[in-house]
Ligand binder design. Structure first.
Ligand code: 6GU
Length: 250
């Protein structure tokens, strides 16, 4: 997959692309990451990328010309068979989820435009981006952290990016539930013991315990996720009991 990021702050991606799993994915040619400075696509002396909003109001708006020019030059020459998505990061986008990360792995190329200031000219939303993504209901100063979140979540799903020992399948959210608690050595740390069952070597019992822990955690912290997963009748009873206890504690 080729990923192109358009930003006013290219530096924000330097450490990200030279560290850990992502760096290895680049070295193994599983992903290609290019970062472009939107300012380089201006033609005026002062490299202006923003302007006052028509109609008045606070803040500045990102101008359309440099961003259109950047995207159009990046996509040329464009292989007709390539599946491309042009994504704008914006707090008014659709909420990013694991499902959307999965969906984005279908593309050969992602072009991610990092929004800034009070917003970007509406013509970028309408005529340049085909997707708008927000990473949550809070305000960031710019779309760069959102772009790294998207790139991270998507690339780790590309076959070969994670080693088998890092396999993504047990992770929180991939099965629709939050992850169960993990422990490593020592078995006792400051009087806090590792649950005995994990030391038992009984893999069936351990799998059952983990599933139950995932269900309990999800019921406690993200009950709305439970509506989307299939549960056995026994699991439904466990979850209902947990929910009942929680509502009694309120
Ligand atoms: Cl994608 N951009 C900004 N500026 N703020 C956000 C966001 C994006 N997602 C959540 N908050």
């Amino acid at each position: 997959m080729r990923i192109d990021i358009l930003t006013l702050f290219p530096k924000m991606f330097e450490d990200f692309s030279s560290t850990g799993i992502f760096q290895r994915a680049i070295e193994n040619k599983l992903v290609e990451l290019n970062v472009y400075n939107i300012r380089d696509y201006t033609h005026d002396k002062h490299h202006v990328v923003d302007d006052y909003p028509y109609g008045g109001g606070a803040g500045m708006v990102m101008k359309p010309e440099p961003i259109f020019e950047a995207v159009e030059s990046i996509l040329q020459p464009n292989d007709k068979d390539e599946k491309v998505s042009v994504i704008l990061t914006t707090p008014r986008g659709r909420l990013f989820t694991q499902k959307i990360a999965d969906e984005l792995t279908q593309y050969d190329r992602l072009v991610i435009i990092c929004g800034h200031y009070e917003g970007v000219d509406e013509r970028i939303h309408r005529y340049l981006a085909n997707d708008e993504i927000s990473i949550g209901d809070y305000v960031l100063s710019g779309g760069e952290p959102a772009a790294t979140v998207i790139v991270d979540a998507v690339t780790r799903l590309i076959p070969g990016v994670l080693g088998s020992e890092e396999s993504a399948k047990d992770d929180s959210h991939s099965g629709g539930l939050l992850e169960y608690p993990q422990y490593t050595r020592p078995p006792v740390f400051r009087d806090w013991e590792v649950p005995e069952i994990l030391l038992s070597g009984n893999h069936g019992e351990i799998a059952r315990w983990r599933r139950e822990q995932s269900l309990i955690r999800t019921a406690e912290r993200r009950p709305e996720l439970l509506d989307k997963v299939e549960l056995s009748s026994k699991e439904i009873r466990l979850v209902n009991e947990k929910r009942k206890n929680l509502s009694e504690e309120e």
